[in-house]
Design a protein around this ligand. Structure first.
Ligand SMILES: CC(=O)SCCNC(=O)CCNC(=O)[C@H](O)C(C)(C)COP(=O)(O)OP(=O)(O)OC[C@H]1O[C@@H](n2cnc3c(N)ncnc32)[C@H](O)[C@@H]1OP(=O)(O)O
Ligand SMILES: CC(=O)C(=O)O
Length: 541
């Protein structure tokens, strides 16, 4: 077994970006990776270019043992990262070479081993029930045994910050036992996650000065400061930082790999990933969320889909001049995109930028722009929401800009004469909805009736029946999602219903909105916008 150097990043072994998603991340309530999931996670982390991937605790967890066995058999061909096995030191009073758990670390064939050891006197005495001499011997023996077997060894000094505040000598003795036995890095762990950045950085600096050891940092997120604490530790001299994808981890979680890396790369100018790696952060974050079966956090720093989404009109007016005036970095540098949201908070600049995104040129059309802004504000005040309904917004903008010149909007694919929906509660308890629509299409008056399992379904079916002989594309179009929100009315008025309809034609999706006091009418408005939007794209208008 040869020692493996970490990723081929410009910083090489000078700085370690160390991922523990597969061990600490898996300690998050609700996550349960299979060995196959673990292999997929490791491949993505390797593609990103992290230096070390902690795969789990072989010997303690059967899935982790399986993961390492499959990795060793060639199912995991890492290009950048070194694989790390995690485990505890030998038991008290035992020999490292005979400790089953320690042997399992060797058997994993991982080239790197991270050992966890208690470094707080209270834990040593009360949880391990040994004295400090034996605690240090457990560390020393295990590190030297594994180093003798050709492993690179890191030591996770559990509860370091709490222990150092309580009894610094004991905590430093544990670090010393590891370093003098050959551990490459001693990792200061904020295991209970209670630290704040200034105090933590002070301790990291002091320990670095007192010991001269290579220091790492591992922060839990119980004060919501894990990312800040990790970055502060690096600024105070730590050259090895442990994180997890999207901050998954025990209790409140761990330091988010994507935010830590984003900060190190874009704020501190540290090349901790191979060239091009930073631009993969958003993609890898979302892919890892899928494997964990956790919806991505849209507001996650750097990689969330809202991380560069601007709602306030004043932001948009400056962004129109230069996007960097309101973005802390270029979103593309971390693989993300800027978006402008149009809501009641929009101003003319927001609409002009959004129009550009939707292919509607509003530049040099001040009157249309002012009229569109006023319309959006009035509609939003009445319960409409365009934030998630780009297709309806596009129609609104086109109506303002193109007006009668637009051949589809001026001559829509169909016109409604009337619709009627009845609900039939039958004697056998079955409830059936029936809708009749009367529409004008291709110069003809068409009447169609259909049943459905609800009023909107019946209405959609009747409309399709009426239109499909005349609109060749209609069969390709289907409802992908339908969301209803009942909005509280103003005092003394009725509630308002907002319906969002997502439609697909197999190659793209678009979302429309309808708002009305009646749920069927709100749905009708959203359905009609969906079809008009499709005919616009068919006509290329
Ligand atoms: C801070 C962290 O998150 S570290 C990562 C923690 N991760 C996990 O615990 C997940 C995997 N853990 C497991 O599967 C099990 O807890 C095992 C296999 C490790 C141990 O299981 P068991 O042998 O049943 O012991 P149990 O979990 O009850 O207690 C831990 C034992 O390890 C000892 N121990 C705890 N920490 C250490 C340490 N750093 N070094 C050596 N021994 C330790 C305890 O004193 C206790 O010993 P005892 O049984 O002689 O009293
Ligand atoms: C090692 C570890 O996970 C901790 O101390 O929190």
């Amino acid at each position: 077994m040869t020692r493996k150097e970490p990723a081929d990043t410009p910083l090489g072994d000078e700085f370690h970006l160390y991922d523990t998603t597969l061990r600490d991340g898996a300690q998050r309530e609700g996550i349960s990776y299979s060995a196959t999931d673990k292999l997929a996670v490791a491949r993505l982390l390797d593609e990103l270019g992290v230096g070390f991937i902690e795969g789990g605790w072989p010997g303690a967890l059967p899935k982790d043992t399986e993961f390492f066995a499959r990795a060793a058999k060639g199912e995991l061909a890492l290009k950048h990262a070194a694989l790390v096995a995690f485990g505890a030191t030998r038991k008290a009073g035992a020999k490292a070479s005979e400790d089953k758990q320690v042997r399992a670390l060797l058997d994993s064939q991982a080239p790197v081993v991270t050992l966890v050891a208690k470094s707080d006197l209270r834990h040593i005495e009360r949880a391990l029930r040994v004295d400090v001499d034996e605690a240090c011997a457990m560390v020393r023996d295990t590190v030297s045994f594994l180093v003798g077997e050709g492993r690179r060894v890191f030591l996770d000094a559990e509860h370091f910050f709490d222990g150092y505040a309580y009894d610094p000598d004991t905590s430093l003795r544990v670090l010393d036992a590891a370093a003098t036995a050959g551990a490459d890095v001693v990792v200061l762990c904020d295991t209970n996650g209670g630290q704040l950045p200034l105090g933590l950085a002070e301790t990291v600096r002091a320990v670095g000065e007192r010991t001269g050891f290579r220091l790492g940092i591992h922060c839990q997120d119980d004060t919501s400061c894990a990312v800040a604490n990790s970055v502060a530790a690096v600024q105070a001299g730590a050259t090895h930082v442990q994180c997890t994808a999207n901050g998954y981890g025990e209790r409140a979680g761990n330091a988010d790999l994507f935010a830590v890396t984003g900060n190190l790369v874009t704020k501190l100018g540290m090349e901790v990933l191979p060239t091009g790696g930073a631009a993969e952060l958003s993609r890898v974050s979302h892919a890892l969320a899928e494997i964990a079966n956790i919806a991505p956090d849209t507001h996650q720093a750097y990689v969330g889909s809202s991380a560069f989404a601007h709602k306030a009109g004043l932001h948009a007016s400056a962004i129109k001049v230069d996007p960097l005036l309101y973005n802390h970095i270029d979103p593309a540098s971390v693989g993300n995109d800027m978006r402008v949201l149009v809501t009641e908070m929009a101003g003319r600049a927001s609409l002009e930028l959004k129009g550009r995104e939707l292919g509607v040129d509003l530049a040099g059309q001040p009157e249309a722009l002012t009229s569109a802004v006023n319309k959006v504000k009035r509609l939003e005040a009445g319960g409409w929401s365009f934030e998630a309904a780009d297709a309806s917004l596009e129609l609104l903008l086109r109506r303002e800009v193109d007006g009668p010149q637009n051949r589809v909007l001026d001559n829509p694919p169909f016109e409604l004469e009337s619709y009627r929906v009845v609900l039939d509660h039958r004697s056998d308890g079955e409830v059936v909805s029936e809708a009749t629509v009367k529409v004008h299409v291709a110069g003809k008056r068409v009447i169609a009736t259909a049943e459905g399992n609800g009023p909107v379904h019946a209405l959609d079916a009747a409309l399709r029946q009426a239109l499909s002989p005349y609109l060749s594309w209609l069969d390709t179009v289907e409802l992908a999602d339908y969301k209803v929100r009942i909005l509280p009315g103003h005092p003394g008025t009725d509630a308002v219903t907002r319906v969002l309809v997502e439609t697909t034609d197999g190659s793209r999706e678009w979302t429309t909105v309808g708002v009305h006091g009646n749920i069927v009418e709100a749905s009708w408005l959203a359905l009609c916008d969906a079809l008009v939007h499709k005919s616009l794209s068919v006509a290329g208008a």
